[in-house]
Design a protein around this ligand. Structure first.
Ligand SMILES: O=C(O)c1ccccc1NCC(=O)[C@H](O)[C@H](O)COP(=O)(O)O
Length: 200
């Protein structure tokens, strides 16, 4: 098994951004859509300013039109855009000229070919993003193509099992490194990364 790419999502405090970076996260996500983890583009810009270039900063959106996504992405200075829900191909095309990496976040029933919507990365998640609910990760084993992240209900305690079940290129976590919705915990962030690095 190769090294697994790790994205820690829903960060809102400098302490947790610093912990994720120090512990070896490859990407960190700022939620700028309706959620207990929502932050403003201005807050995301403050947090992103402290992130070194080798860590990808990702703005997370769901259902907004491409113009609103473009505006928030530019104001925050993130280097990637993650679109949740069944956004049409045209929404990805409309954002392509920004030169940011595009992540298409879907559930297991969607088209699981990474690149089918001109995205750079695919994220396969539970039906309710950010809910922390585990799902049948093994059901997608072998189905996604290209570079794809597994998400949905991952925790330090189950991420090893999830990687073994689905064999993803990377993993993404939010609730599993929190003490309550929207409240991240540095010890859990470190533990999650330690577990993944042992497997990878
Ligand atoms: O985290 C949210 O609240 C959220 C809300 C709306 C759209 C996306 C959201 N999160 C995106 C993520 O990348 C999460 O890390 C992913 O859904 C996994 O969440 P969890 O099951 O809580 O680990």
């Amino acid at each position: 098994m190769g090294v697994v790419y790790v994205k820690i999502c829903g960060l809102s405090e400098p302490e947790h951004v610093a912990t994720a970076v120090e512990a070896g996260a490859d990407a960190i996500g700022f939620v700028m859509t309706r959620s207990p983890r929502r932050i403003t583009p201005e807050r995301a810009a403050e947090l992103a300013a402290a992130v070194p270039g080798h860590v990808l900063t990702v703005g997370v959106f769901r259902g907004e039109d491409p113009d609103a996504v473009r505006e928030a992405a530019l104001a925050s200075g993130v280097r990637a855009i993650q679109l949740h829900g069944r956004h049409p191909h045209g929404d990805f095309t409309a954002l392509k000229d920004l030169g940011l990496r595009l992540i298409r976040a879907v559930d297991a029933e969607a088209d699981l070919r990474c690149g089918a919507f001109d995205e750079d990365l695919l994220l396969v998640d539970a039906p309710h993003a950010g809910s922390g609910q585990p799902w049948d990760w093994a059901a997608v084993r072998g189905r996604p193509t290209g570079q794809w992240l597994l998400a949905g209900g991952l925790t330090p305690a189950n991420v090893t099992e999830a990687i073994a079940a689905a064999d993803p290129w990377g993993v993404d976590v939010s609730s599993g490194v929190e003490t309550s919705p929207g409240v991240k915990d540095s010890a859990l962030i470190r533990e999650f990364l330690r577990e993944v690095r042992v497997v990878g």
